[in-house]
Design a protein around this ligand. Structure first.
Ligand SMILES: NC(=O)c1ccc[n+]([C@@H]2O[C@H](COP(=O)([O-])OP(=O)(O)OC[C@H]3O[C@@H](n4cnc5c(N)ncnc54)[C@H](OP(=O)(O)O)[C@@H]3O)[C@@H](O)[C@H]2O)c1
Length: 323
């Protein structure tokens, strides 16, 4: 495993990390989740991603139980949570100081840890002043409940505002952003955030590197077998896959498969390795619902040396979405 600094912070995160969205609770119980965490940890993964919204808190309970059973020492891994979608009541949602405080305390309990390494604002909240959110996050840092705080899918201007508020009031600024980044969705990380990377040095923990599995190429003959596309509660993934946009993605994945075959790189590893070519990616958060998927995805680092300008250009030609 290789490690990168999380933006300008001193924290070194593994280039590949592992997250629990969809899988923990819906596809993996505590014992299987522990198996997955151990596979990742044994190959050098040091960051596990979670959120209060994942399986309505059940994902964090499972991760907490699994981590306790596995007995990894706390100074050898990082764990995150994200706040925004806590419950249905107005006090249980958004980025108010109250909800951020409650969400952090609840995540600590569910995950059975004394502090969160990374704590994210899962989405921007237009109904809460950014200054209130920055002050709440700073307070959690001072209380020792979180180490680094960041954003997910915020606009660049909102992150810049958070920085300016933090600078003005000597508060802790955000360290990282968690954007979607994969061959089909690249503009936020490659364009919108460029100034932030250069000026503020934020790190990124990027999500859905396989576009929820589309970049494995496994949907070329439709939705077969045991997959998240068949889970109730995630119908939107299936609807997207079956839409015109989804069908175009499947077609591109078929073309990428041919290129991957010629290059001698499994498509999954080509898609994941492509994300790592961007120096502004601190860590690619893997998703996997089965041990063999995770093992295959972790092999990506064996292929990164095979990426050259020619391969990147051929990929660009197929995905044809460089703005
Ligand atoms: N901040 C945010 O808003 C946000 C949003 C989404 C995700 N995330 C984070 O990012 C993490 C990763 O996202 P993701 O799960 O969407 O990642 P992904 O890599 O795009 O999709 C993972 C899914 O693809 C399939 N897959 C993975 N490896 C495979 C392989 N080798 N062969 C065949 N199929 C394979 C599995 O689904 P099947 O079960 O269908 O086979 C797996 O669960 C999440 O766990 C979460 O921590 C954050």
């Amino acid at each position: 495993m290789k490690y990168r600094n999380l933006g300008k912070s001193g924290l070194k995160v593994s280039e590949l990390s592992y997250g629990s969205w969809v899988t923990f609770s819906f596809q993996l119980d505590t014992s299987l989740a522990a198996e997955m965490l151990k596979i990742a940890y044994d190959s050098g993964v040091n960051f596990f991603d979670n959120a209060e919204a994942y399986a309505n808190g059940e994902s964090e309970i499972i991760m907490g139980e699994a981590l306790k059973t596995l007995g990894f020492t706390r100074d050898t891994y990082c764990v995150s949570s994200k706040a925004f979608w806590g419950g249905q009541l107005p006090t249980q949602r958004g980025l108010s100081a109250k909800h951020l405080t409650d969400a952090c305390n609840a995540a600590l309990q569910r995950l059975q840890v004394d502090y969160l390494d990374l704590f994210f604002c899962h989405r921007p909240d237009p109904e809460t002043p950014i200054e209130e959110t920055v002050r709440a996050m700073h307070a959690l840092v001072i209380q020792g409940k979180i180490i680094y705080w960041g954003t997910s899918e915020w606009e660049a201007a909102q992150i810049e505002e958070a920085y300016q508020v933090a600078e003005k009031h000597y508060l802790t600024p955000p360290t990282m952003e968690q954007p979607e980044y994969n061959m089909f969705n690249r503009s936020k990380l490659e364009k919108e955030y460029l100034d932030l990377f250069n000026k503020r040095g934020i790190g990124t923990t990027t999500w859905s590197p396989l576009a929820s599995g589309l970049l494995t190429g496994k949907y070329k003959n439709g939705i077969l077998g045991d997959t998240r596309m068949n889970l109730s509660g995630y119908e939107f993934l299936r609807e997207r896959l079956e839409s015109e946009v989804g069908r175009a993605m499947v077609d591109k994945a078929n073309q990428l498969q041919q290129l991957a075959d010629t290059a001698g790189i499994p498509l999954v590893n080509m898609a994941l390795g492509w994300c790592l070519q961007n120096k502004h990616v601190s860590t690619v958060i893997l998703g996997a619902s089965k041990p063999e998927q995770l093992k295959q995805n972790l092999k990506t680092l064996d292929y990164v040396d095979q990426f050259d300008d020619s391969l990147m250009q051929q990929i660009d030609k197929i995905i044809s979405n460089q703005e």
